[in-house]
Design a protein around this ligand. Structure first.
Ligand code: GKR
Ligand code: MG
Length: 441
């Protein structure tokens, strides 16, 4: 049999529509951008990867792509290792202070990893999860309902999509403002009805802590059986987080990044103190984002649930985190940003191979569903995605949808995410402050 080799690599920035979702970084603009990497092998099979978009990732992918042509796909591990070694200096500054991870190399390499794993799986007739870690561990992947306060986009000059006439009750509601507890409860009800979620996460870092705590308490009363969490992205100081903990104990299953670095103390030291004094388990996508940070977090007992998003850990890297979790009595979870269906398939395959206990996986999909880039997007039913008999990532690219999403990207003309732009439409001259909720100015 001839070797499977890399024939062609396409790097395609794409955009999709979004709601005015509020978070510590500001407000989501009407569109979000992602990068697709499509690798074609010597018999014409296509492997796909999807990652967040930035100009620096696009530039580095251009550098990485050319030398890969003609390489055997089965050497994907050494290909990925040498790319990481060669370009790791670009990530030396870490993830940055925003709610989203701003590294370059790890994202670029993950896009190539996903596409190569997809190709390998297709050639071997097996799902990607069988190629990761110790193979498939589970078939059913639980996801959570990711609730957001939503700004009044009509009060700004930005042109957000309006879907009020959509036949689906959730999709007709998701672009409308949601600025108080009642609106969050309504959101939770609609997504639970549509997708069957049993877990809810509220994005905090928007209003003063009391208002967000009130919303979570109300969620716990309305959905007494649900697992709940709140994520203020580290903007509370330790004393605020501990006060919140007394009100939320018994109502949340864990708190995500309730606090962060403070004065002379590191984020992991403060999280450890919070965890010990509050007795509430902690999760993070901010303070344990690479092996060295994770090792410190484990040594200091700062953490119960590392949210090992494969987009910034790599797919195999995220599965390795799950083994570490299993050996250290932690649970594994994954973080998300706005994404299309290819990322949903990537995360599902990684979670299928994750060892030990996993917590329901984050996804922004509820805000995007309907904008598919594949012919067969994964479906969330009963709060979960079933792996079933997938081959590769289990999705096939929809070329015409990708063309349209690329045309939208070109029309928007913005590759890097900047939530301060739309936020300034709500609050004049608004500036990011990692220690102040975005509506508190
Ligand atoms: O989509 O606005 C957002 C979130 O705040 C995102 O940027 C975070 O990276 O979902 C993320 C989180 O869990 O922190
Ligand atoms: Mg988070």
């Amino acid at each position: 049999m001839p070797k499977q080799t890399i024939e062609e690599i396409e790097i395609i920035p794409v955009a999709g529509y979004d709601s005015m979702l509020l978070n510590l970084s500001g407000a989501h603009t009407p569109t979000f951008s992602r990068i697709l990497v499509i690798i074609t092998d010597n018999v014409g099979r296509e492997g796909i990867g999807e990652i967040p978009c930035s100009q620096s990732i696009l530039d580095i992918l251009d550098l990485m792509a050319n030398p890969l042509r003609g390489e055997p796909v089965e050497n994907y591990r050494s290909i990925l290792r040498s790319l990481l070694d060669r370009y790791k200096r670009h990530d030396a500054g870490g993830r940055g202070l925003q709610t989203f991870d701003q590294r370059t190399t790890i994202h670029a390499v993950t896009a190539i990893e996903a596409a190569l794993l997809d190709l390998r799986g297709k050639a071997l007739g097996m799902p990607v999860c069988e190629l990761l870690g110790r193979g498939k561990v589970r078939d059913s992947i639980p996801f959570l309902a990711y609730l957001f306060f939503v700004g009044d986009s009509q009060a700004t000059e930005f042109d957000y999509p309006q879907e009020v006439a959509h036949p689906n009750r959730w999709q007709s509601a998701r672009r409308s403002p949601a600025m108080d507890t009642n609106a969050i409860i309504e959101q939770a009800g609609l997504v639970a009805e549509t997708y069957g979620f049993k877990d809810f996460k509220l994005k905090g870092g928007v209003f003063a802590p009391d208002k967000e705590i009130e919303a979570v308490i109300s969620l716990s009363q309305t959905f007494p059986k649900a697992r709940l969490t709140l994520d203020p992205n580290g903007c509370w100081d330790l004393s605020t987080a501990l006060k919140a903990a007394t009100q939320l104990k018994g109502k949340v299953s864990y708190l995500e990044d309730p606090c962060g670095a403070e004065g002379r103390f590191s984020s992991r030291e403060i999280m450890a103190e919070f965890k010990q004094r509050s007795g509430i388990p902690t999760a993070t996508n901010m303070v344990a984002t690479d092996s060295r940070e994770l090792a410190h977090a484990i040594k200091q007992s700062a953490l119960d649930i590392p949210l090992a998003d494969p987009h910034f850990w790599g797919m195999e890297g995220a599965v390795q985190v799950s083994s570490l979790c299993d050996q250290n009595g932690l649970s594994w979870g994954a973080h998300s940003n706005n994404h299309f269906d290819i990322s949903l398939a990537m995360v599902s395959q990684v979670a299928a191979a994750a060892e030990g206990t996993i917590t329901a996986i984050d996804t922004h999909w509820i805000w995007q569903e309907g904008q598919h880039l594949t012919l067969n997007p994964p479906q969330i039913t009963d709060g979960a995605i079933q792996i079933g008999n997938t081959v590769g990532l289990g999705v096939e690219i929809d070329r015409s949808a990708v063309e349209q999403a690329h045309a939208l990207y070109k029309r928007v003309g913005q590759s890097d995410r900047d939530d301060s732009l739309a936020m300034q439409g709500l609050i004049k001259n608004w500036e990011f402050d990692p220690k102040r909720p975005c509506m508190v100015r």
